[in-house]
Design a protein around this ligand. Structure first.
Ligand SMILES: Nc1ncnc2c1ncn2[C@@H]1O[C@H](COP(=O)(O)OP(=O)(O)OP(=O)(O)O)[C@@H](O)[C@H]1O
Ligand SMILES: [Mg+2]
Length: 266
């Protein structure tokens, strides 16, 4: 069953479109990856899904006849760390949407926040000041904050930026496990290989004012398509059933597909 549908939605700011009209559906329990170059419109797109930005035209439909509960893990640099809040206080913020205006968080909310921290394996961070945490620890706290609102759709915008590989995999495994309770996941990521391990379907945002392409990971992640969109030679290989993306080094000349050159894997 679909939980969200875009019908000819144009996203942008004020009257300035960022992307042409787009159709999109999101099913309960699905994992959708959103990929594309910097500045192409990925965050603008997911903020429109979340209702934080109004569409410039078109319709956002909720087939359940009500707005689903959203959880949002924003791009890390957009979180204000100037207040001396503990990890638990940050997680409690995720309850505010359920509390209603003027109501203060109570015992049940604190228990839910502690349970969410435990779920992301970070109970030990409870009383630590958020701004003293490492990047990876902060990301887990932000996922816990998103979980406390019991989301039906969880939106994560580049959640693994700056994380080491085991931490990245463990966070993505955790997020993917939420689909078994029918939560839909939308994840923006520049880690093309990693995102394709989890998302069967990808939304490719090729560039500002260029039509978005929606397709299976096999359709989206091809050498030709990525080379064209990123304007740089990129090769996609399948290794043990996983997509591995090779980027040609700037100093190399010739084909991106030659296999005897040093490469950067993503
Ligand atoms: N608040 C804003 N007002 C006006 N234009 C904006 C605003 N935020 C972003 N933009 C513009 O919208 C376009 C898309 O930005 P967006 O943040 O959606 O890109 P992105 O794909 O998420 O990039 P990145 O990978 O760097 O996070 C860019 O041209 C950006 O300058
Ligand atoms: Mg962004």
């Amino acid at each position: 069953m679909n939980v969200l549908e875009f019908e000819q939605v144009v996203v942008g700011y004020d009257r300035d479109p960022v992307l042409p009209a787009l159709d999109l559906t999101l099913a309960a329990g699905s994992f959708l990856g959103v990929v594309g170059p910097n500045g192409s419109g990925k965050t603008t797109l997911v903020r429109t899904m979340l209702g934080l930005l109004p569409p410039l035209s078109g319709h956002l439909r909720f087939p359940n006849r009500r707005r689903p509960r959203f959880g949002y893990v924003p791009q890390r640099e957009s979180v204000d760390v100037s207040f001396p809040l503990t990890a638990l206080e940050i997680v409690l913020m995720g309850r505010y949407g359920l509390l209603g205006p003027g109501r203060r968080a109570g015992r049940v909310d604190c228990e839910r926040a502690r349970a969410a921290l435990a779920e992301v394996g970070s109970s030990d961070l409870c009383d630590r000041l958020y701004h003293t945490l490492s990047g990876g620890q902060r990301q887990r706290v932000l996922v816990a904050r998103a979980l406390t609102g019991d989301p039906e759709i969880l939106v994560l915008d580049e959640p693994t930026t700056g994380m080491d590989l085991p931490s990245e995999r463990s966070l993505l495994d955790l997020v993917a496990s939420f689909t078994s309770r029918n939560m839909a996941i939308i994840m923006v990521s520049h880690q093309l290989g990693a995102v394709s391990d989890y998302a069967r379907w990808l939304v490719l945002v090729p560039g500002r004012n260029i039509p978005v392409i929606v397709g299976s990971r096999e359709q989206i992640l091809t050498s030709e398509r990525l080379t064209e969109i990123y304007g740089h030679p990129i090769a996609v290989r399948s290794v043990d059933g996983h997509a591995v993306i090779f980027v040609e080094h700037e100093c190399d000349a010739g084909s991106a597909l030659a296999s005897d050159r040093p490469r950067t894997g993503a």
